[in-house]
Design a protein around this ligand. Structure first.
Ligand code: HEC
Length: 93
């Protein structure tokens, strides 16, 4: 019984980890797709490392010309760009 509970706990933990990392990747992909419609990724890459406040205001400025971008996606993008994972920083090099 204990082993069963342990197995379930591990499975749930793995599932959570998997869905979390998918969410990060999705945001990265969305940025690669949606944010390069008007300009290259260069504008984004140049500014990696700027803080969350800067990204929130920049993404919301972009969002005003992107009627299909949801509030949730915009917020995710700003957070993602303020603290980009290594794999995103790599595609900028
Ligand atoms: C509808 C066209 C369009 C889309 C889509 C778009 N941008 Fe832009 N972006 C612009 C234009 C035009 C400029 C230059 C004028 C400006 O800064 O507002 C710009 C400038 C920028 C800059 C430079 C700002 C600065 O102050 O130096 C960044 C960073 C940027 N965009 C990021 C993004 C991100 C992130 C996305 C996706 C959420 C995005 N853009 C999507 C049109 C767009």
């Amino acid at each position: 019984m204990k082993a069963m509970i342990l197995a379930i706990t591990v499975a749930v933990a793995l599932l959570c980890a998997a869905s979390f990392s998918t969410a990060m990747d999705d945001t990265g992909l969305l940025i690669k797709e949606d944010c390069t419609r008007c300009h290259g990724l260069g504008k984004v890459c140049q500014n990696l490392g700027k803080d969350l406040v800067w990204w929130e205001s920049t993404v919301s400025r972009m969002q005003s010309r992107m009627p299909d971008l949801s509030e949730v996606d915009a917020a995710n993008m700003a957070a993602y760009l303020a603290a980009p994972p290594e794999e995103f920083a790599k595609i900028c090099q």
